[in-house]
Design a protein around this ligand. Structure first.
Ligand SMILES: Nc1ncnc2c1ncn2[C@@H]1O[C@H](COP(=O)(O)OP(=O)(O)OP(=O)(O)O)[C@@H](O)[C@H]1O
Length: 539
């Protein structure tokens, strides 16, 4: 037996087992043709089975009665290999897909040494490798196993067995070695394709899970409207939704304008078509036109292809134009045209594109004032304000705070796989007393923070911004019209009031520190400074 990594000279292959009668080496032309065909086979498809079949046929066509087998190192167990191809005229239905231990096989030896393993002649009676008796039984006389190496990684082997004493081993050695390189590439490509397919399947599953999660979140999402003021708002939504009329939602930041716009869409006959939100305040001014109306290829530097705008994306559905007061004059003109004529013109285009879109706009700005100042077109204002809906700020619907907070706590706790915490009466009072300048959004964020900071069954109050104090404390003894006293006296007075409001408690969600929006240690420092004694007090 010989293991070697270079092509032996003609008729000079050193072999174990005695001299072999070699035939003529293939001419350079034949050699080149075989390699070219093998390259074509590898490049023609990513289907490994097809590549291997074609390669097997090719080798047999040129080398006659040879057996070609391709083995792939098992992905699960590197000590085994899988039979991925056997092209054998003497064994018509070999067992493809089976695996075998590499130890004790010619393939195992080639992989271990990273160079071809040549067995010539086969010795079935005193075999050195497991392959010998079986191949000899089929009438083969020699075997060479080439390691399939790609970028230094051994992927498997290409095994070629020849009938005895035909000299084929020598004449095909170099060609077969080059073909082995190509097969290694094909094997590598197929492994990459398999990996991509595996990742694709994984992504598909993950995508399905995420979609389900989103559906679940949507199912669990509610638009809380339990106060008198909000019931009236929802009533207006129900009235206008089926009509298709443009709606203008007005309200401070975070009051729930987008949620309301979605409700308009969902109560309308367009509910199955897209709802496309676009925030004009969040897009750089120069990009708003192309974002809304799309652009043609080459309309401006960087417009490498035609792109549909939000209006076209919302065709058949609803476009939510948030912060419409931020539309620059050029966009106002175009918006007016869409609302009047129901056509958009892409930036850089000349052809009008028909769109069937219902517009719900929103603003927290005073559009009337903007019209008066000339910064917002009056004609656009009248088109938008066909049906205005006013969302009251949270401080004007304090009776809604508990239902909203309960809803947010329940939903957030569910997302954290927890039970919603209990909320003490003192915490409710502090929440209700705060002004919530950021409205529902601020409340939602605040409660999320509170939930994270309260791992136990009871909701602890994180610090509220200091303005909480104004409303949280009982009315000051001194009427607002009276001028305040010296600063330090006022601070002392404030701390004393907070302490007595909290029964002398400094720490905890119902303590004076939380009420004042201070860290307990900071409050204690101030108490010391102003000589305020700790301990219980009457509220
Ligand atoms: N009535 C409500 N019921 C349930 N969640 C609400 C309600 N109102 C607002 N929210 C929630 O508060 C957050 C802010 O709401 P939204 O984005 O609709 O406010 P917005 O007025 O459009 O804000 P902006 O002025 O910043 O655009 C969102 O997470 C929304 O789900």
């Amino acid at each position: 037996m010989v293991e070697h990594g270079t092509r032996p000279g003609p008729r000079s292959l050193p072999v174990v087992g005695g001299p072999v009668n070699f035939g003529p080496a293939p001419t350079d032309d034949v050699h080149r043709k075989i390699v070219e065909e093998a390259i074509e086979a590898v490049l023609s498809t990513v289907d490994l089975r097809a590549v291997l079949d074609r390669t097997g046929q090719l080798l047999r066509r040129h080398f006659g009665e040879t057996r070609v087998a391709i083995h792939r190192v098992s992905a699960e167990d590197a000590t085994r290999a899988e039979v991925v191809l056997v092209s054998d005229p003497r064994q018509p239905s070999p067992e493809l897909g089976t695996t075998f231990p590499l130890a004790g096989s010619a393939a195992g030896k080639a992989i271990q040494d990273r160079r071809p393993c040549v067995i010539d002649p086969l010795q079935p009676k005193a075999p050195r490798y497991r392959d010998e008796p079986l191949l000899a039984a089929y009438g083969y006389g020699s075997l060479v196993s080439f390691p399939l190496v790609f970028e230094n990684e051994i992927l498997g082997t290409l095994d070629i067995a020849h009938p005895p004493a035909e000299g084929l081993l020598d004449c095909c050695f170099e060609v077969a070695r080059q073909v082995a390189h190509l097969v290694a590439i094909a094997l590598h490509n197929s492994l990459m394709v398999e990996e991509v397919q595996r990742l694709n399947r994984l992504l598909g599953k993950e995508n399905a899970l995420l979609k389900e999660e989103i559906r679940q979140i949507k199912r669990d999402s509610r638009y809380v409207a339990e106060s008198e003021a909000m019931r009236a708002v929802v009533e207006r939504v129900r009235l206008v939704a089926p009509s298709g009329s443009t709606v203008l939602v007005r309200g401070e930041t975070g009051t729930g304008k987008e949620g309301l716009a979605r409700m308009v869409h969902e109560f309308s006959p367009r509910f199955n078509a897209p709802f496309v939100p676009v925030n004009l305040g969040a897009i750089p001014e120069g990009l708003i036109e192309s974002e809304l109306f799309g652009h043609e290829k080459g309309a401006f530097t960087g417009a490498s292809r035609r792109r549909a705008g939000r209006f076209e994306q919302a065709d058949g559905g609803t476009l939510f134009l948030d912060e419409v007061g931020d539309a620059p004059p050029s966009v106002q003109v175009r918006l007016l045209r869409v609302l009047q004529e129901r056509v958009v013109e892409r930036v850089g285009g000349t052809e009008p594109v028909k769109v069937d879109v219902r517009v719900v706009a929103a603003t927290n700005r005073n559009l009337e004032e903007m019209v008066a100042r000339g910064t917002f077109r009056a004609d656009l204002y009248y088109r938008l304000a066909v049906f205005p809906i006013e969302l009251p700020p949270l401080r004007e619907r304090r009776d809604e705070l508990r239902p909203l907070a309960t809803y947010f706590l329940t939903r957030q706790a569910a997302l954290m796989h927890r039970r919603p915490p209990r909320v003490g009466e003192d915490v409710w009072r502090a929440l209700e007393a705060y002004d919530w300048p950021g409205n529902v959004r601020e409340l939602e964020n605040f409660l999320q923070r509170a939930l994270i900071l309260s791992p136990g069954p009871e909701l602890a109050m994180p610090e509220l911004p200091a303005s909480a104090l104004r409303a949280a404390l009982p009315a000051a003894a001194t009427p607002a019209s009276e001028p305040p006293g010296p600063f330090e006296d006022e601070v002392r007075h404030l701390i004393e009031r907070a302490l007595s409001h909290c029964g002398g408690r400094v720490y905890g969600p119902s303590g004076a520190a939380a009420l004042l929006g201070l860290r307990p240690t900071t409050l204690q420092g101030k108490m010391k400074k102003y000589g305020i004694a700790p301990g219980p007090r009457s509220a």
